[in-house]
Design a protein around this ligand. Structure first.
Ligand SMILES: Nc1ncnc2c1ncn2[C@@H]1O[C@H](COP(=O)(O)OP(=O)(O)OP(=O)(O)O)[C@@H](O)[C@H]1O
Ligand SMILES: [Mg+2]
Length: 327
């Protein structure tokens, strides 16, 4: 069974694309078959990170110019890449048969795939939320910046409010060490447990490492360019943790039709956005949801700050207690 997993974040630039690529390659090194889908439709860049230039993408399939098998890129690292599309005006009138044909083709080509990893744009700032609701597993990247934390919480809250039933995991990104990563997880998970009654699973941390920046500029994945570095170890540990998680079954059809809706949104924003959310939040347009998210962010930032201070105070008290000091 294929595990379909989307990687997202509340705030942009936390290291999602590098995560997808390097964890994907690590999983492939561990004998899993891996397909990566670049669904960051605004700024697809997995091809840049891989140093390749796909000549065609999903848009060509949807417009009938290519078959799915023509656009799948076999990389040098034993992972296959489906290049995304940023959506054009032409896509407003794609007929249903073509979408159904794409879904059928994807089902066929994923038959042998263990992991379909989807790189998305940051969830808060785009129509990604509607798409995420159709993905059985969502991984949220969180960096130590306070806004990354609150935006991740707000994103999880929006998923919950819209009835999301899948698994939510998190990785800590650009942290100094694993205890800093775990600290971030504790902050998020205490808040989601307490206020949303959601258990977030922890996958581990990715350290802040200038080797990653070097790998990005060399256009070679860090795990290949610097296989023995700390950051590569971080990605491998996360891949192992993911292998240890139970699989969650995917509704492939729903997933792909949402992906197509998201692509077509580029051509017809309002109609498709509202359509995409039907069923999850009756009457809510994407614009309304954005406003709610922004309000939510303001409110939760305050709440989280209080909660984090309390947790830190508690930790300090516990540590002092362990060391024999009285608080
Ligand atoms: N672990 C890390 N250590 C050091 N720098 C990092 C790390 N992760 C990401 N970066 C820096 O952040 C940049 C953006 O990374 P990446 O493209 O993976 O983020 P993203 O979350 O996909 O961004 P976007 O939201 O724009 O899609 C990298 O080019 C690199 O400079
Ligand atoms: Mg990215």
């Amino acid at each position: 069974m294929t595990r379909v997993i989307a990687v997202t974040s509340g705030k942009g630039g936390v290291g999602k694309s590098n995560f997808v690529l390097n964890v994907g390659i690590s999983l492939a090194m561990m004998e899993s078959s891996v397909m990566i889908l670049d669904a960051d439709l605004g700024l697809a860049n997995l091809d840049v990170l891989l140093g390749i230039r796909p000549s065609m993408n999903l848009e060509d399939v949807l417009l009938g110019r290519a078959q799915l098998r023509d656009i799948i890129v076999k990389t040098d690292y034993h992972v296959n890449l489906i290049p995304g599309s940023s959506g054009t005006q032409d896509m407003a009138d794609i007929d249903r048969d073509r979408i159904a044909a794409l879904i059928g083709a994807v089902k066929d080509s994923c038959r042998e795939t263990d992991f379909l990893l989807v790189d998305t744009a940051a969830g808060i700032s785009s129509g990604v939320v509607a798409f995420l609701l159709a993905v059985p597993e969502v991984i949220v990247g969180v960096s130590p910046e306070p806004t990354s934390l609150t935006d991740a919480y707000a994103l999880i809250k929006v998923l919950k409010r819209n009835g999301y039933q899948g698994r939510i995991s998190m990785f800590a990104s650009m942290v100094k060490n694993s205890s800093a990563g775990h600290g971030l997880f504790k902050k998020i998970s205490s808040a989601t447990q307490r206020f949303l009654d959601i258990q977030v699973e922890y996958l581990g941390s990715v350290y802040s490492d200038e080797k990653l920046t070097r790998a990005v500029s060399d256009q070679v994945p860090a795990i290949v360019r610097f296989p023995t570095s700390d950051i590569s170890r971080c990605y491998r540990v996360i891949a192992l943790t993911m292998l240890g998680q139970k699989s969650v079954s995917a509704d492939f059809e729903k997933f792909w039709s949402r992906l197509v809706s998201m692509i077509m949104k580029g051509a017809k924003p309002k109609a498709v956005r509202a359509e995409a959310l039907k069923g999850e939040a009756p009457g809510a347009s994407m614009e309304q949801i954005f406003h709610e998210i922004l309000d939510e962010q303001r409110r939760t930032r305050l709440l989280l700050e209080r909660l984090v201070t309390r947790i830190e105070r508690q930790d300090l008290t516990e540590n002092l207690g362990k060391k024999g000091y009285s608080a």
